[in-house]
Write a protein of this length. Sequence first.
Lengths: 382, 271
Amino acid sequence: MDFSLTEQEIMVQKVMRDFTENEIEPIAAEIDETEEFPQKTLEKMQKLGISSLPLPKKYGGSGGNYLAYYLAIEEVAKKCATSSVVLAGSASLCGWPILTFGTEVQKEKYLRPIAEGKIAGGFALTEPGAGSDASMQRTVAELKGDHYIMNGSKCFITGAGVFDVFIIIAMTDKSKKTRGLSAFIVDANTPGFIIGKIENKMGIRGSATGELIFQDMKIPKENLLGKEGEGFHIAMKTLDGGRIAIAAQAVGIAQGAMDAAIQYIHERVQFGRKLKDFQGLQWYIAEMETEINAARNLYYHAAYLKEHGKPYSKESAMAKFFASKTAVFVTNKAVQLHGGYGYMKDYPVERMMRDAKITEIYEGTSEVQKMVIAAHTIKPKL
Amino acid sequence: MTINIAVCIKQVPNTNQVKIDKKTGTLIRKGIKTICNPDDKNAMEEALKLKDKYDDVKITVISMGPSQATEIIKEALAMGADRGILLSDRKFAGSDTLATSTILATALRKIQEKEGLDIIFCGRQAIDGDTAQVGPQIAQHLDLPIISYVQELKYLGEKVQVKRALENGYMQIEAQIPVVLTTISDLNKPRYPHMRRIFDVFGKNPVIPVETWTADDLPDLDNTQIGLNGSPTRVIKTYTPDRTFKGEILEGETAHVAHILIESLKQKQIL
C-alpha cells in the first residue's frame, strides 16, 4: 500500500498553497462579509488550469488526475470555503458529466470552453419540493419538434447569475418517476432562463447561490445529455464524484481551522501558561488531528478508487459523511480554543465554523450519505 | 527570427529557516526546504513576458547544483521555459562565485555557439550568499554588456532599454544585444506554473525532460578554474554575531504587552 503522493501531486499542492496564500486568503473575510462572488479568483484559477485540473488535454484541460484536483480544493478550502466551492463546481459537476455522457459535438461545444477556462459551468438538480427526493421533480421538458420546451424552477443553485452553462435535470416522462428524468446542457443566456432570488446564507456567502426559473425555455434537442430517462443516473453518478470534492473541501476547512487554532494556543496565555500547555486543550487537539487525518484518508481512498475505475459510490459517501462531520466538529472546537476571540469576526475561525455546516448539507445531506452507505453495505442477500 | 533567452537560476535554502552550525560554521542544510532563489523567479518571469509578447522566443533555463536542483528547473519549465539544463558534476563542488560563473559561462557559450543567445537573465543575487557577483562575472567571461538591478525592461529588437534601480531613483540605460541583465523583485510578479505544465514536466515520463550536463559535456572547461581548487575565495567562518545590545522580549497577553511597550517607548522618548 503506497500512501505517498506523486511528484506531480506534491507540486500541485505546493503551487496551490502559494496561490491560496497570496491570491485567496487576503480577500476571504471580505467576500464573506460582502457576499461578492470571487469572479477574479475564478478567472485566475481558470487561467492557470486549476479549475480544469482533471479534464483531459484532448479537450483543453490540464490532463491531471482527480486526486490532484481534490488536493487543490483542499488547499483553497483551508483559507476560503467560498473559493473552494467555485473551484469544485465547474470541473466536477458540469465538466465531468459532459465528458462522461456527452456526445463529441457536446464536448467540443461545452466541455472545451469549460476546460480552457473560457466559461464556467454549474449543476441544477434541487427544487423547492425535491431535495434529496429527486423523484418529486417538477421541472418539465417537453419535446416539440427539434426542441424541448422547459418550464419549472431550481433552487439553491451555485453560480446562479454567474456561471455560463448548467446541467439541468428535468422530467421528460412523469409516469416513470426517476426513470422519467433527463439531463440537459443549457446556456444561461437562453431566452426564458431567469435568475430568481439570490440567497443570503450562513456560510460560503460569496458563492452566488440562487434560484433558476425556466419559462417556456427552448432547448435544442441536441443539448439532451445522454438519453431521455438517463437524467437520474447521470445526476447520481455526478454527485458520487462531487462528494469526494466536498469531502476534500470539508477536510480543507477543518485543517484551516486547526492551523489557526494551533497558532492561537501558541500565543494566548492564561493562568500564567500558554494555552498549548494545558492538557485538557491538548486532548482537543489530539481528537481534531485524528479526525482530520481519518477524513483525509477516506477521501484519498475514494479518489484512488475513482482514478482506478473501481466502484466508489459508497466510499465517496463515507468520505463526505465523515469529512463534513469532522469539519463541523473541528471548526467548533477551534472557535472554543479561541475563547471569546473565536466568536469575533476578527478571527477566521468564526467564518470557518459557519462555512463548515454546508458540507453536511449540499450534494446530499449526511442522512442521504448514510442511506447510500447502508444500501451498499447491507445489499440484498445473494 | 527566434529570440533566444537563457535564465540562470539557483536553488537556495528557504530563508526563514536558515540555521548555522555553531561548531562548523556552515549552513545546516539537513531537513531545510529549498526554493528557487526569489530574484531568479523575477528573471524567469521577465523572460516569459517576452515569450508572451513575441511569437518566437525560446527560453533555456540553466542551473548549477546537485541533482536535487532539478526540482527548481522543473518548476521553471512548468512556468513556461522551453528547455532546462542542470550543470552537475562532483568536479563542480565547492565552487565559489568565480568558479561558478566560469562553469555557467562555459555552458552558456556552448548554447550561444549552437543557437545564439540574445538575452541572459540572472537574478540580482541569491538569498543564501548575497554576493550579487555571478551575473556580472558571467558577462565578463562572455565579454558581454551587463545591466544589473533591472527594474523595468523594454526590448527593442537590436537593443534593450532598461531602468536600473538606484537607492533613490533609477538610471535609464540602453545596451546592444546580446546582453546580460540581473533582475530585482520590483521588475514583475512571477507567475504560478500552469497545471497542465506541471503534469507535462513532473513525474515519471516528462514531456520536457531536464538535461544534465557534466564536465564532460563542457570540453572547454579548464579543470583548474572550477570546483574548490579553482576558487580563489574561501569562506573561513560563518557565524551569527553576538548582539551586544540585547533586545527585551515581552511576554504575556497582547494587550498587556502592548501597554508595556508603549510605556517603555515613551520613557525612551521615542513616542
